[in-house]
Design a protein. Structure first.
Length: 161
């Protein structure tokens, strides 16, 4: 600090901390905050709301939908036919399904172009090979064109004694 500025603020620097009583004018104009309201002062401030989520969404890895070979398509079709026959017969067994889920984040560069492959194991509730061309496992609907791999676990055959 320069000597001139020290003279200018000397009385402010040497002033004691103010003590306010309940009835003075300062306390009337600036009442004491309740503890719950004071906590708002210390809450974190985010100037860009949703920016952190947008950055995190860019970390998701998306791939292009794979083109299946004729052999793989034939194997999937056979597995689906077997499932449809089993559904109409004695019931169904657990199925492990790998399927494609398109990118749903409109702000990601993979939107409309890529997606992710997910794997699910469950029991098929319904198969529609004619109209919708899809199968249902619980609440999930998977179209046949999105299936990458399907493995049916055949029930153990009964032994005849």
């Amino acid at each position: 600090m320069s000597p001139d500025s020290e003279d200018k603020y000397r009385d402010t620097i040497r002033r004691q901390r103010p003590v306010h009583t309940v009835g003075d004018s300062f306390s009337f104009r600036h009442p004491k905050m309740q503890m719950g309201q004071r906590s708002k002062i210390f809450s974190p401030f985010s100037a860009l709301r949703g920016f952190g989520e947008a950055i995190d969404s860019k970390l998701e890895v998306y791939v292009e939908k794979a083109e299946l070979s004729e052999e793989k398509l034939e194997r999937i079709n056979r597995a689906l036919q077997e499932l449809a026959a089993r559904r109409s017969g004695a019931g169904s067994a657990p199925v492990t399904l790998t399927y494609f889920v398109p990118c749903e984040d409109e702000n990601h560069e993979a939107y409309g172009l890529g997606g992710q492959y997910r794997t699910l194991t469950g029991t098929v509730q319904r198969i529609d090979p004619y109209v919708r061309k899809a199968l249902w496992i619980g609440d999930l609907v998977v179209e046949f064109s999105d299936i990458l791999d399907i493995r049916t676990e055949r029930p153990a055959e009964e032994e005849v004694i």
